[in-house]
Design a protein around this ligand. Sequence first.
Ligand code: HPA
Length: 246
Amino acid sequence: MPTPHNKASADDIAKTVIMPGDPLRAKYIAEKFFDYYKLVNDVRGMFAYTGFYKGARLTVMASGMGIPSMGIYSFELFHFYGVENIIRIGTCGSLDKDIKMLDLILVDRTFTESNYSQALDNVKCYDCESSSKLNSIIEETSKEMGITLPKRNTICNEIFDPYLPNIDTMLNIIPEDLHIAACEMEAFSLFYNAKREGKNASCILSVVDTLDDVEGLTPEERQYGVDTMIKLALESAAKLEPKMNP
Ligand code: HPA
């Protein structure tokens, strides 16, 4: 089942995949949290590992940055590898004063100005929902773990917004009724592909910048936020797969 971007065989990929953006974060998750894992893809350095977390067989694979990169990898996982569930774990910038540094959010709907759906299907879709099935498992797990997890809408940009000369360029195009809480760059193509392929996708985000925080996080703080998100994703994903004796 290899593709131009993934050399894993069909059996190498689990039905439930956790997708960070960063390949080194995929490596970190496998090394720190998986038992009996193996590297199943390294084409273009977009690492995928399949292993066991508390007896559940899972894959962790990087998506790279941006809608097109997530679009390629998630499409291939759903369409060619028979993947059923993808949970993206990523970082975001807060656009809401109630959403603070290091908070985690679960994405409800994401809005975009991207032409991804137009390019793929000649369909004008600019607003896509996450999976209510996965979300309810993630929300239940967050309660069990004592993690606060507001479910909010986000914008999925084609630009890393801190680089915008004027942030209003982005803020002015957001439909007010969507009450956008944060911005990131990958959830739209993931949710759109899931809907198109009849699969499930959700996204948990850790806030690493806000409109008024110019100091940023220390590397330790950033790692703490990311680790909490990783554990939440792993515990949730493990509920989707049968427990095995590896
Ligand atoms: N925007 C702002 N901050 C971020 C983003 C983004 O897209 N991703 C991670 N931090």
